[in-house]
Design a protein around this ligand. Structure first.
Ligand SMILES: Nc1ncnc2c1ncn2[C@@H]1O[C@H](COP(=O)(O)OP(=O)(O)OP(=O)(O)O)[C@@H](O)[C@H]1O
Ligand SMILES: [Mg+2]
Length: 206
């Protein structure tokens, strides 16, 4: 299984990834590799730091750097894990690129889609969207200890656009997404909805 977790900063991806990985291991009897983007490969920290901490990068440069990062991540982490019959659970994937670079940074969405499609990256078996209001997400991120990156700094307007674009993407591909509206839900309540969605998408439909 190749499963991705999507959602704006502070939506709960890392929190849920830990829970889902444990659940998925017992559900499938296979080891689950947890990973993330950008930078989820050995040496990827440099590209992550560059993308997140370089002021004034153009939206197009960001897009191309994210795709370069994904390309390395695929060949060094994701494909090797899938070949070893592991599940892969990845925080952020193509839909992050679309939601942030087209929805947030206003690159032409059809151009971004075309560039992503041309990369022919592996398609997840299912994508999980943690749908949350930017207000709730920002409150959560503020109370987090490590310092915010530049996307979090760009604030609420950007996150609103990104969240709206994510919703659009999920509506276009209802069979491909488990979408959970997270506002007002505890971690466990979100988790229960995710596993119900995964059961329905990955097993009941087969
Ligand atoms: N359902 C929830 N209710 C309240 N707080 C939550 C919930 N889920 C996660 N949190 C808290 O919100 C904060 C953000 O969660 P988390 O780090 O998992 O988000 P993230 O999507 O991985 O963010 P980022 O994109 O910045 O990595 C954390 O402090 C986490 O403990
Ligand atoms: Mg995280």
């Amino acid at each position: 299984m190749f499963i991705t977790l999507e959602g704006i900063d502070g939506s709960g991806k890392s929190t849920q990834s830990e829970k889902i990985a444990e659940w998925l291991e017992s559900r499938t009897g296979r080891r689950t590799v947890r990973t993330f983007e950008p930078g989820g490969w050995q040496g990827g920290g440099a590209i992550r730091g560059f993308i997140l901490n370089t002021p004034g990068l153009s939206a197009m440069s960001e897009l191309l750097l994210f795709l370069a990062d994904r390309s390395e991540h695929i060949s060094r982490v994701i494909l090797p894990a899938l070949r070893q019959d592991c599940n892969v659970l990845c925080e952020r994937w193509n839909e992050s690129t679309l939601a942030y670079q087209a929805g947030g940074h206003e690159l032409n969405p059809s151009h971004v889609r075309r560039i992503i499609r041309a990369c022919s990256f592996p398609e997840p078996d299912v994508k999980i969207l943690l749908d949350i209001s930017p207000e709730t997400a920002i409150e959560r991120v503020k109370s987090r200890k490590n310092s915010p990156d530049k996307f979090e700094d760009e604030g609420i307007k950007l996150l609103r656009n990104v969240a709206a674009f994510y919703r659009l993407i999920a509506e276009e591909d209802p069979a491909g997404f488990v979408r959970v509206v997270c506002d007002g839900l505890t971690e466990d309540e979100v988790f229960t909805k995710i596993t119900a969605g995964l059961e329905a998408r990955l097993w009941r439909s087969r």
